[in-house]
Design a protein around this ligand. Structure first.
Ligand code: ZN
Ligand code: ZN
Length: 201
C-alpha cells in the first residue's frame, strides 16, 4: 500500500518528473508542499497563512514570500516566463510542469491542428471554469490521465476557480470574460506547445 500524501511531502519523496500514474497514487493535492525543496503552496489556506505570517500571498506552511503578485496578477501573456517561473514555486504546478505526459494524451492532441487544439482548449476552459460551481470546484479537472488539457490546467493554475482566483486574481463569483478566457487559453497553449514539441523532437 502506498501512503496517501496530502499535505507535506516527506523529504525522501521525489515529486519532480514523476509519471502521472505515480501522482495518482501519491495523491498530491493542491495544498501539498515540500518547502525544503522550495516547493510551496500559495493558493490554499490563504487566510490562515495571512494570519500566521502577517502577510498576504505567502506559503501557508513556511511563509515563503517570493512571488511578486502585482506582476503575476497583470495577467500579461507577454510576461508568461515570469508567470510560469512563479507558478513553478507551487508544488502542484511544478509537478505538472515537469511530469511526463501520457503518450495517449500527446497522440490525441497531435491529431488536431494547432488552431483546432486551441479551440478545444478554450471550449474546455469555458465549460470547466467559465462559471463558478461550488459543488464541483477543485474537482472538475482530472489529474493528468489521457488529456493534455488536464495537465496544462494544473500547471497554469486554471484548473478551478479557486486556483484561478489565487493565481490570476479573477474573483470566483464573476463569469469569465472573453479576454480572461483568452488569457487562460494562451497560457494553457504555451504549456501544450512546449510539451508537444519536446516529445516530437
Ligand atoms: Zn513553503
Ligand atoms: Zn485548482
Amino acid at each position: 500500500m502506498i501512503r496517501k500524501f496530502k499535505r507535506v511531502i516527506p523529504d525522501n519523496v521525489n515529486v519532480i518528473g514523476l509519471k502521472s500514474g505515480d501522482i495518482k497514487s501519491l495523491d498530491i493535492k493542491c495544498s501539498s508542499t515540500k518547502c525544503s525543496d522550495d516547493l510551496h503552496c500559495f493558493s490554499r489556506y490563504m487566510k490562515s497563512a495571512e494570519k500566521k505570517f502577517g502577510k498576504i500571498g505567502v506559503c501557508y506552511n513556511c511563509g515563503n514570500e517570493s512571488i511578486d503578485w502585482k506582476r503575476v496578477h497583470k495577467n500579461d501573456v507577454k510576461d508568461a516566463n515570469y508567470i510560469f517561473e512563479s507558478l513553478n514555486k507551487e508544488l502542484i504546478r511544478k509537478v505538472f510542469s515537469t511530469i511526463i505526459v501520457e503518450e495517449k494524451a500527446i497522440e490525441s492532441a497531435k491529431k488536431l491542428s494547432r488552431e483546432e487544439l486551441r479551440k478545444l482548449v478554450k471550449k474546455t476552459l469555458h465549460t470547466r471554469i467559465g462559471k463558478y460551481n461550488s459543488y464541483i470546484d477543485s474537482r472538475q479537472t482530472p489529474l493528468g490521465k489521457d488529456d493534455i488539457v488536464n495537465y496544462a490546467q494544473h500547471a497554469t493554475g486554471t484548473c478551478c476557480r479557486e486556483c484561478l482566483e489565487a493565481w490570476h486574481n479573477i474573483p470566483k463569483e464573476q463569469e469569465l470574460t472573453n479576454t480572461q478566457l483568452e488569457f487562460c487559453t494562451d497560457l494553457t497553449m504555451i504549456y501544450i506547445d512546449e510539451k508537444i514539441s519536446y516529445l516530437t523532437k
